[in-house]
Design a protein around this ligand. Sequence first.
Ligand SMILES: Nc1nc2c(ncn2[C@@H]2O[C@H](COP(=O)(O)OP(=O)(O)O)[C@@H](O)[C@H]2O)c(=O)[nH]1
Ligand SMILES: [Mg+2]
Length: 308
Amino acid sequence: MAKDFNFDDVQDQHTNSEIEGTADTNVSDNIVNNNQSTINQNNAKTYNVVITDHNAPMVILFGPPSCGKTMTLVRLTRYLSGTYDFMPDQAFRNSTDTEFNELCKNFNAAVGADKAADGTKYIDFMLLRVNERRNGRTICQFVESPGEFLFNPQNPTAQFPAYLHQIIASNNRKIWLIFLEPGMSQEDRFAYVKKIQDLRSVIDSRDRIIFVENKVDLPATSSFVLSPTNINMGGLFRYVDGLYPQLFKSFTVKGIFGSKARYDFTAFQTGTYVEGQDANGKPYKSFQAGHDSHPRRLWEIIYKRIRG
Ligand SMILES: Nc1nc2c(ncn2[C@@H]2O[C@H](COP(=O)(O)OP(=O)(O)O)[C@@H](O)[C@H]2O)c(=O)[nH]1
Ligand SMILES: [Mg+2]
């Protein structure tokens, strides 16, 4: 049950003239400010990013640490690898960090490894261009940043970082993937709802919202998964709605013909994680991709929303 809202009647004002008028906003400032190579709690607030493509829609992953943002990208990259190339954009961070730059170059090898859950941890702040393999056209760009800069349960009322406002201010069409997961405490969930409502108050009302209930394999939600291809989406939605009071309501508009949900809701599982040891006895988490129906379902919604 994707809760669909028909956006077709909402005029899209992302016109070319607007894009030309504001293209390259602050790029030179960013380069000046951006000579710090790594991002940390101290400079996160003011850290600037460089957006070079002002046309391709942006899909922004939004969620607390460990909700599965990076592994969702890993899973989508693998699932779509026959048709699309996922290319990290080094300019986004204008980084001099060699480790980051190496990982950008080797992104596709890193996501293919069964150690992916460990191996990609250095690239959790990146922009990935999704290019159609047959013609190189960028159809969208994914943005991932560390969850603690978006919603930190230890400091739930912290301001959003500057780079998020930069992204919000860009003229690209935006699709927000807002992650929910069964592992959050009640206190954190309530604070997270507030945070998402804060986000809603600063983003364009034409932006698309996709709520992703990740980790549906966990015991709290696995009973809704009858099989990977058959999920009791209505039951899952009601369960999640109860856990995050007012969340979905705040993205629902009342009209004369009844209420309309201005979001999609879907279930997801990146895969299975098994703790193991490598040849040197070092512990690591092995990752086995889950059933293809999960990325297929998610990609169908994303694809629909990047198109209009
Ligand atoms: N059970 C389960 N665990 C998951 C799933 N996706 C992610 N995880 C766990 O969550 C951890 C953090 O995932 P990651 O993508 O790095 O989260 P991020 O901090 O939001 O980028 C992983 O290492 C896994 O242990 C999932 O679908 N099911
Ligand atoms: Mg991450």
